[in-house]
Design a protein around this ligand. Structure first.
Ligand code: HEC
Length: 139
């Protein structure tokens, strides 16, 4: 009887340890993977890499076909102003921006702060076209 009791105790304790072990394992991997995801999204290098490939994969003729001025008026002027010189909602003056084309594409594609991402809202070539158009605002 005593032997059986000891065996039962060992089984119960052993099971508890195994159960807790797997549970905490699962928990830690989940936290890890979500941290990696957040890091990849917020990672400037990663965003620039994506921006470069967006620029490279956008057809020059498609970019030219975009009415970037109109796009800017419709999607961006509300915060940046038609001439890119307004600072509504914490927006930076685009007419004074020194951001590179890659940085601009990344900013438009991924968004930042109160500026929402335009990924999936406007086409990739439209993002590139409007990013290029910003040079016009500096003249
Ligand atoms: C809801 C307001 C809002 C809209 C709409 C908006 N932006 Fe912005 N934009 C911001 C804010 C705020 C920042 C500054 C973000 C930060 O650095 O935290 C910003 C920053 C930028 C920058 C970076 C400037 C720099 O010098 O770093 C670029 C480029 C830019 N916006 C382009 C655009 C374009 C192009 C559009 C339209 C497709 C657009 N934005 C639409 C609010 C907006």
């Amino acid at each position: 009887m005593k032997v059986l009791h000891s065996i039962m105790t060992i089984v119960v304790v052993g099971f508890t340890i195994v159960a807790c072990g797997t549970q905490s394992d699962k928990k830690s991997t989940r936290v890890e993977s979500s941290e990696i995801e957040i890091e990849a999204i917020g990672q400037p290098d990663e965003q620039i890499r994506v921006a470069k490939s967006l620029i490279a994969s956008s057809d020059a003729s498609k970019i030219k076909a975009v009415n970037a001025k109109k796009m800017f008026k419709n999607y961006c002027a509300v915060c940046h102003g038609r001439k890119g010189n307004m600072e509504i909602n914490g927006a930076e003056k685009l007419s004074k921006s020194s951001a590179s084309l890659e940085q601009r594409v990344a900013q438009i594609y991924f968004g930042k702060g109160t500026m929402a991402p335009f990924k999936g809202i406007i086409k990739n070539e439209e993002i590139v076209a409007v990013a290029k158009y910003l040079d016009e605002l500096k003249k």
